[in-house]
Design a binder for this molecule. Sequence first.
Ligand SMILES: [Zn+2]
Ligand SMILES: [Zn+2]
Length: 290
Amino acid sequence: METVACDLCGSPESELLLEKDGGRYARCPHCGFIFTNPRRLRFEADNEAAFLEGLARYAEKNYSPKKQREYRRSLRPLARWRKTNRFLEIGSNVGGLLAAARAEGWEVMGVEPVAECARYGRERHGLEILPCVLEVANLPGDSFDVVYSNAVFEHLASPASVLREAHRLARPGGVVFIDTVNYDSYTRRFIGPGWKLIAPADHLSLFTPGTLRRFCAQAGFRVTRVETHGVRLRPNNSPRLRGLARWGEELVKLPLSLLCRWTLKGDSISVLAQKDAGPSTAGASPARPG
Ligand SMILES: [Zn+2]
Ligand SMILES: [Zn+2]
């Protein structure tokens, strides 16, 4: 076990927030970032074992026509950033989303530290996926229109270092897109620590809209959009409700889902943040030398 400092503000102080499954989450008293502390060394090895177990079962689901259509729809709003035509995914897993991005016309590349997953995407689907973490991939700077990541940031030991690298890799005016767990959600309040996404063995970092925004800003990005989505009243594995009970649940969920637009308390946070377009784009800033 190793004690770590807050990855967002660097403070060595942290307060115990909750214990679950033999792990501990701490909250930084200065910036509010939530992270496992102390944490196990060699986290990646265990994580990899868990991934491999399910690999055969889920891999091809990511490539089903239905899933591919979903991915492609979700990617379309990002087309407006197309300039170099290069798209990078952090934690691309077996490559399902990258394949959809390729079908949308992007030149795609992924990094995936779980070697078996990277190999799956490379060998079965011809995708360029490097079997490593982003910080050591050594990709060319200023080159990607979009740096994308979904359900990955909660797994990171140091979101700050990944975002710094993402900022280096994005072209001037390019964007980073992140979707991750929202600790400050209605769902977490309803379900409590039993919520399956509160999982200290895998999810080392838990964000709120505020802390994720600050991580992006600290890496040099300008946050242009923060949204949250999803409300659950009961754990994912609860039995399905029937009849009136089901209607009752929907009646509570619907207004909460709508409220998320203002309260930002949906299950997951998605952030879009832009890298400064640089001095060449006139009009962005009225300031002129001399
Ligand atoms: Zn902090
Ligand atoms: Zn996860």
